[in-house]
Design a protein around this ligand. Structure first.
Ligand code: UDP
Length: 435
């Protein structure tokens, strides 16, 4: 079976880990199940993730990368948030005509590719990159908004633009009620194939899956080796989030006041620029953290999987991106939720209210991309939430116990006989008779 994954190329080069990484991992998972997988992307993006793919090829997996165009250069990629995808249309059409796949998985942001794929009558699965819970929430909101315009409750209606086949990186046991609701009530064809990050088994894979870490990851792991089990807090806001200088200061003061050791990834969280040696931290903060060995401020791309699964890490301040959420779950680490936009607010509810494996920091404002306009989360709130997870208490113990159970379920889901393993095989079987 030929199985193609069309990567997200629309995003700026330095962002978008949240779609790119799980799509690559999905292709690798399908290759591991015997489906010939090809990742379609642009040359500059391919450079970022080719190492794990080369290793997969060397170990005999049927996986390749095909670059659609050489027209999009690094300069184009960094010029703005979107690139002109029309240049990819013809190369895509040509490639698909010559190599008809049994199925193509397309990122939800790649609407431009949909027409070509549908015209060639190739089965298309939309990759949403999130779980069932936010999906159910969004679907219901849409439904109700549409209903308001109807003349009677029984009038049938179509919700426009909804894909009827979706592929999700969740796994059944994480959110069974919502998976059932999505399949049985909302009538979606959904395959829950995650957590796909678990296909990264070797240290090299875990290090080189997104972009290359920009700080010697060994420094960071050595630092963790010197800490007690479950004592370190890992703080990261994903690959695209921006925070204001004032907010970063509040985080710094809050972390310091909590007195818990931490690794804080400040890759590019500062609005509009990367967090270099600029004067955005409180006076003497970094020096104090170094001297007391309390904290590590990590500039650049962190090896998140390796950090999270290190035994010294006992808590995760996360913006609730779906991948980070799943990675926290797989590592069995309770979370402090700090959603910033989009479905991250639903993911927060799943983590705290539904699963009981985290506490909310109190980030309220929804979907403002302008970091300067976001309501500040004060240092006291940061300190309080950190202590709730990191300082020994019955509540913290219970969260830790629960997330460890779910981590075990995640592992079982992707093993032979597990639900995600089964969903992948089912999908492959379903596509076979079309040949
Ligand atoms: N990530 C990483 N190192 C970093 C920042 C992010 O490895 O320094 C990875 C992280 O492990 C996750 C992805 O990038 O797989 C971020 O995806 P998520 O859905 O959590 O958030 P987004 O970046 O889409 O907001």
């Amino acid at each position: 079976e030929r199985f193609y994954v069309l990567m997200k190329t629309l995003i700026k080069k330095e962002g978008g880990g949240g779609h790119q990484i799980p799509m690559i991992d999905t292709a690798r998972v399908f290759a591991a199940h015997g489906a010939t997988s090809t990742i379609l992307t642009t040359p500059s993006i391919a450079l970022q993730f080719q190492k794990p793919i080369i290793r997969d090829q060397q170990s005999g997996l049927p996986i390749t990368i095909h670059t659609l165009s050489t027209d999009i250069t690094d300069t184009d990629m960094s010029a703005g948030p979107m690139i002109d995808t029309s240049v990819l249309l013809e190369p895509l059409r040509l490639f698909l005509l010559q190599n008809r796949p049994d199925c193509i998985v397309v990122d939800m942001f790649h609407r431009w590719a949909g027409d070509v794929i549908d015209e060639l009558e190739i089965p298309r699965i939309v990759f949403t990159g999130n779980g069932c819970f936010p999906r159910c929430v969004v679907e219901n909101i849409r439904k109700h908004v549409v209903l308001q315009n109807l003349s009677s409750d029984s009038e049938p209606f179509l919700v426009p633009d909804l894909p009827d086949r979706i592929e999700l990186t969740s796994f059944y046991d994480l959110e069974p009620a919502y998976a059932d609701y999505m399949r049985n009530v909302l009538g979606k064809r959904a395959w829950l194939v995650g957590p796909v990050s678990l296909c990264n088994r070797s240290v090299a894979d875990k290090t080189e899956r997104g972009k290359q870490p920009t700080m010697d990851e060994q420094n960071c792991l050595n630092w963790l080796n010197s800490k007690k089990p479950n004592s370190v807090l890992y703080v990261s806001f994903g690959s695209v989030a921006h925070l204001s200088q004032e907010q970063l200061k509040e985080i710094a003061y809050g972390l310091e006041a909590s007195e818990q050791p931490f690794i804080w990834v400040v890759g590019k969280v500062l609005n509009g620029e990367t967090c270099g040696e600029k004067n955005w931290l409180p006076d003497g903060f970094e020096q104090r953290m170094k001297e007391t060995e309390k904290g590590l401020v990590f500039r650049g791309w962190a090896p998140q999987l390796l950090i999270l699964e290190h035994g010294a890490v006992g808590g995760f301040v996360t913006h609730c991106g779906w991948n980070s959420t799943l990675e926290g779950v797989c590592a069995g680490v309770p979370m402090i939720t700090w959603p910033l936009s989009a479905e991250q607010f639903s993911n927060e509810k799943l983590i705290t209210d539904v699963l009981g494996i985290g506490v909310q920091v109190g980030s309220r404002e929804w979907a403002s991309w302008d970091a300067e306009r976001k309501e500040l989360v004060g240092r006291e709130k940061v300190e309080l939430a950190v202590k709730k997870v990191m300082v020994e208490s019955e509540e913290a113990e219970e969260m830790r116990r629960r997330v460890k159970v779910i981590a075990g379920n995640a592992r079982r889901a992707v093993e032979e006989g597990g639900t995600s393993y089964g969903d992948i095989d089912d999908l492959i079987q379903e596509l076979k008779p079309r040949r």
